[in-house]
Design a protein around this ligand. Structure first.
Ligand code: DX5
Ligand code: ZN
Length: 219
């Protein structure tokens, strides 16, 4: 797969120096921003005011991953805070709530995405696929950075890629969780074109070199 995009997750940055952390990834394609509410996932990260600050610190595309219950309640707020794309989990609300969230994204002019926990089958994207700009496949259980890539999710990535090719080829396929120099290549081979990496980027001694190495690993 050509043209792999790298989306460092600032969940792994040093929050006392977040501006520098954002600056260190300026050669990346997207900034991945993980919002956790302590209910949909067993962890709490950061939210709207932090997104406003990050928006001021970068012109990069802001990819905002909402790991929150009933995300429709917060679409307007995250859009106004500067998100370029919002992803909502299919497990976080019923179909009517997901539809409403996607409509709110469109009304706010932000790109639309749905995210899948490892338990969720690829075909769950079908009712929404034609309206989506991106599908996010989790390769860990959402909630924490630094976990191991779940190899059993390679099948889900392949299935999502084949549905995208069939019904909406312009849609992007992002993979999130445990991406490093080894697993990046596997995710890309399975059909991902956007790779989130938190600990693999921020744990590296030379962050720009690591971003380039992740891209190179997929060639
Ligand atoms: C996990 C988050 C991920 C996380 C990835 O719930 O959605 O974006 O930051 O971190 P790594 O790359 O360390 O697995
Ligand atoms: Zn994420």
């Amino acid at each position: 797969m050509t043209n792999i995009k790298i989306a460092p997750s600032i969940l792994s940055a040093d929050f006392t120096r977040l501006g520098e952390g954002v600056d260190l990834i300026r050669t990346a394609d997207y900034v991945h921003f993980d919002v956790m509410d302590g209910a949909f996932v067993p962890n709490i990260s950061f939210g709207i005011p932090v997104l406003q600050s990050v928006r001021k610190a970068t012109d990069l595309f802001l990819d905002v991953h909402l790991m929150i219950e009933k995300p429709v309640r917060y679409i307007d707020a995250f859009a106004k805070a500067g998100a370029d794309l919002l992803s909502v989990h299919l497990e976080a609300d019923g179909p009517a709530g997901i539809r409403e969230a996607l409509r709110a994204m469109e009304a706010n002019g932000v790109k639309r995405a749905v995210a899948l926990r490892p338990i969720t089958a690829a075909r769950a994207i079908l009712p929404y696929l034609e309206d989506l700009d991106l599908v996010l496949v989790m390769t860990v259980e959402p909630g924490f950075g630094g976990q191991s890539f779940r190899m059993d999710q390679l099948d889900t990535i392949r299935e999502v890629r084949s549905l995208i090719e069939r019904y909406h080829p312009a849609c992007e396929l992002e993979v999130d969780g445990g991406v490093n120099l080894e697993t990046a290549a596997l995710a890309a081979e399975a059909g991902a074109n956007v790779l989130v990496a938190g600990s693999a980027v921020y744990g590296a001694a030379d962050i720009p070199a690591q971003i380039e190495a992740l891209r190179a690993a997929c060639r």
